[in-house]
Ligand binder design. Structure first.
Ligand SMILES: Nc1ncnc2c1ncn2[C@@H]1O[C@H](COP(=O)(O)OP(=O)(O)OP(=O)(O)O)[C@@H](O)[C@H]1O
Ligand SMILES: [Mg+2]
Length: 437
């Protein structure tokens, strides 16, 4: 045994491998270099494999990877041994190393065979890419539905609030408006009676005389008439506003209706009036209307009102922002926004469609913004004032009415939204529309 071990490591029994090459330097170097490079490459591969296994914790078949590593290391070592035996003929040692390599290789090969079907069952990168795309589409769908739900919720709570308030105020204001006429008539009668008293009793007792002076009866007569007229105008205004609110919310009109678009735009403008008039920081926003001769169109009025509201609110926001920017950079002459304006133009196109153009003379948008305005959740406004849903929902509403909406805008040139709507919605579109919020 001792003899065998001695023989195993001794290098005096055999002729070094270099003799076979007749110690020709070229041949020796060729073998040394080739074996060294092969060994170097064989050692580096397991390092990369180990690094890969270490980084990819989720990697399947880790064991086989490690076996590959061991197999390659042992192959590399046999090549180093080839260099060693050029001078040191320890062929028993070299043969044993080969035997170990053979064992590892055979074991690796036998383990690999049953793994192949399992490996084939793993999804390929193309399949993963396809599932990824499917998931992305599903996510996009989910986001759209979510945005619709948010807007529906917003719309329905706003609609309920508006119609609730409108309903509550409607009765008392009608009562005031209806009776103001009689109140005015009665007051006039009393004033006539007072005049008659004055004529027939020119010298009333001193108490009455004193009271007439105290209340300044002449001023009172004059002012009372003015006050009654103001009350009538004010009550009329509130009545108009309530009417607009009801027209705007039109909660009772969840069905398709023939609608006068101009009436929809006007009632929306009336609701926005507070933002259009002169403010402390902004001049009045002028509305330039160029209404064509339009027939009524069939649509869901509540939803169409929402579209006009979104576009007009955006126009007012844009004008206010432009005015603030202009003030900040003091270059009023550059776009001459001394008079902020919103232009509303309507016309009929080939007896089948109506076209509504709503433009404003604000700063406009850069191209990157213009391309995204209809994307859900895209907003350039502070988080508290914009959700970025207004235009995406508007486009959905217009699409589902069978119409189109587009945005034309460029910096310093203002912004225009162009809406085309069919005068008559076709039956299949009505069905789709019924699924809308
Ligand atoms: N008339 C306009 N002029 C300039 N920019 C506009 C105009 N209309 C829309 N935009 C831009 O398009 C973006 C998206 O508009 P959108 O109405 O969808 O959302 P928002 O107004 O930001 O928020 P909200 O959901 O409250 O309406 C706005 O943030 C704004 O940057
Ligand atoms: Mg908006």
């Amino acid at each position: 045994m001792l003899e065998f071990i001695n023989e195993f490591f001794t290098d005096s029994l055999f002729i070094p491998h270099g003799h076979c090459y007749l110690w020709k330097p070229g041949l020796v170097w060729l073998n040394i270099l080739s074996d060294s490079l092969i060994a170097l490459a064989y050692y580096s591969i397991p390092i990369s494999l180990m690094y890969f296994v270490h980084k990819r914790k989720d990697l399947p078949f880790k064991g086989i990877m490690l076996l590959f590593g061991a197999f390659i290391v042992s192959c590399g070592t046999t090549h180093l041994m080839e260099i060693w035996t050029l001078w040191h003929p320890t062929y028993w040692l070299s043969g044993s190393l080969k035997a170990i390599t053979a064992l590892i290789s055979v074991y690796t090969a036998s383990v690999l065979v049953p793994i192949i079907p399992q490996a084939l069952a793993l999804p390929s990168p193309t399949q993963l890419e396809a599932s990824n795309a499917e998931l992305k589409a599903a996510l996009q769908n989910l986001e759209n539905t979510q945005s619709q739900l948010i807007q529906t919720e917003k719309l329905s709570s706003m609609g309920q609030l508006v119609s609730g308030i409108a309903y509550e105020i409607n009765n008392p204001i009608n009562f005031i408006y209806g009776n103001i006429h009689f109140a005015k008539e009665y007051v006039e009668n009393l004033l006539v009676l007072l005049a008659l008293y004055k004529e027939h009793y020119p010298h009333p007792p001193s108490t009455i005389q004193a009271y007439i002076q105290e209340v300044d009866i002449n001023f009172l007569q004059e002012d009372l008439e003015k006050i009654l007229s103001s009350i009538k105008i004010g009550a009329g205004r509130i009545r108009e506003l309530i009417l607009s609110l009801r027209k705007f919310s039109r909660l009772d009109e969840a069905e398709i209706k023939k609608v006068d678009i101009h009436q929809s735009i006007d009632s929306t403008l009336l609701l926005l009036q507070n933002r259009l008039k002169k403010q402390e920081r902004y001049p009045e926003i002028e509305i330039v209307k160029e209404y064509g001769n339009l027939p009524k169109i069939s649509c869901y009025p509540k939803q169409l009102n929402q579209v006009f509201m979104n576009i007009l609110t955006n126009a007012v926001d844009a004008l206010e922002e432009s005015l603030v920017n202009q003030e900040n950079i003091k270059e009023s002459s550059s776009i001459g926004l001394t008079k902020p304006k919103i232009y509303i133009h309507t016309e009929i196109l080939n007896n089948e469609q109506v076209r509504v153009r709503i433009a404003n003379n604000g700063y406009g948008m850069v191209e990157e913004v213009r391309q995204k305005v209809f994307d859900p959740f895209f907003t350039t406004k502070p988080i508290t004032s914009g959700t970025g849903l207004g235009l995406s929902i508007s486009r959905q509403i217009i699409d589902k009415h069978g119409g189109q909406i587009e945005c034309i805008s460029s910096p310093l040139k203002g912004t225009e939204f162009i809406i085309r709507l069919p005068i008559q919605i076709t039956f299949c579109k009505i069905n789709i529309l019924q699924t809308l919020p």
